[in-house]
Design a protein around this ligand. Sequence first.
Ligand SMILES: *[C@@H]1O[C@H](CO)[C@@H](O)[C@H](O)[C@H]1NC(C)=O
Ligand SMILES: *[C@@H]1O[C@H](CO)[C@@H](O)[C@H](O)[C@H]1NC(C)=O
Length: 441
Amino acid sequence: MSLGLAKYIPRLEPSLATYIAVTGACFLPAIVLGIYLLFDIRSRQADPIACRKIGLRIQSQLADQHDKRYSRLGAEQQNGTASWKVKSLWIYPIKSCKGVELNKGTVLGTGMEYDRQFCFAQLSSKFPTSLDTPQAEKAEHKWKFLTQRLISAMATIKTEVWIPDFSSPTYSATHPNVRSGGVLVIRFPKSSNNRSPWGRLVTLLTSMGHTPEHCVQIPFDPTPEQITNSGYTTDSMEIWKDSPKSLTMASTENGDEWIQELRFYLGITNHLALVRVSKDDLREVYRCAPRKEELGYQSKVGFQDAYPLHLLNLASVHDIGRMLSKDAPPLGALNFRPNIVITGGTPYAEDSWKRIKIGEYEYYVACRTVRCLLPNVNPATGIKHGSEPNKTLKTYRCVDEGDPKNACLGMQMVPALEDSKIKVGDTVEILETGEHFYIRQ
Ligand SMILES: *[C@@H]1O[C@H](CO)[C@@H](O)[C@H](O)[C@H]1NC(C)=O
Ligand SMILES: *[C@@H]1O[C@H](CO)[C@@H](O)[C@H](O)[C@H]1NC(C)=O
């Protein structure tokens, strides 16, 4: 073998330069990949110091959510008694972005701890304006909340919550991450110009399962001193009919680079900002919620749409799912962005619940959840389906006389106490049933 090669090589009379060129050409892709990965790793920030990430470490409780046992014919109902249980718990630290699944959590009067504390907002002008609109009014701009209803790709923005951890070797009570009550981590795919060699490489790597990401760390709940030092400003932001004072923590107006990249990724032309709930300007909840006299405290929310908690019966999702048109992707619980997913009974049993107990704690079931087009967005891909599940929901689920033209699925809840605990596996007891009548905004 080696003898054969030795005979062969001299005939080519290769120079040292040829050897180097051939070897180089063979290894070039590997070298480029190596350099790329080095840069990618360097651009990735290390995990937040002095903190630990909250959420499930094992596979999602929803991994088997499409199993038939969670639908109408479930074994649990065979002897006529439903035994409801909490199957899965979710928080969405940034409104309309990917959620974090928990095994257990704390429920405050405002909903689950860490839920909907942030949202993205765009700077919008009054539109349309006419020629005779006064100049001052034309120039008027306002931050308005953004959701998947408008920008479905928001579904692909990943979020993590890191909270101070006494047992961490890097823990120190004075570390900024500890003083800010933890860190919000945001991840989203790096966009690339597909025609450049660099862009082609990124596309290749993405197809190989390695998606290069931007990774950003934001103080979860900055102290007044951190707010001043970082130059965060308080602005009012429009969310539905409210305009609470909110903390602007990054904005394309201020030239923050990562949010510039995010704006490009989402394809937004207006200015974009990351906004945090201001604890002294929460939005008070009335409409179908129990009043202060009954509840013992005034119900309030951060950036939830309307009520503190959202409960979803997996059997109801199954029932809608089996009626969808054939081309629709399988319907899952996450299309409906629940906090609490329960199983154990028949579809739509929850429609008439007024008060329930989960584990040791009571909750008022304020009203049904009236659905918009958001469930049409595939929570995994951020791609909006042309018709489903909206079409099927509209066919079967216009069930509330308070809003007869719109479909309902899921229930809005208000905790009876301002501090409760909840965990996967908790039993759900129905304390009171009755009529619901949706009160519109
Ligand atoms: C049947 O009902 C009883 C309560 O009457 C309950 O304890 C039991 O778990 C139920 N069986 C099944 C299979 O759900
Ligand atoms: C939702 O479904 C209803 C009933 O099929 C349909 O009339 C309506 O146009 C749909 N909405 C959108 C925006 O597709």
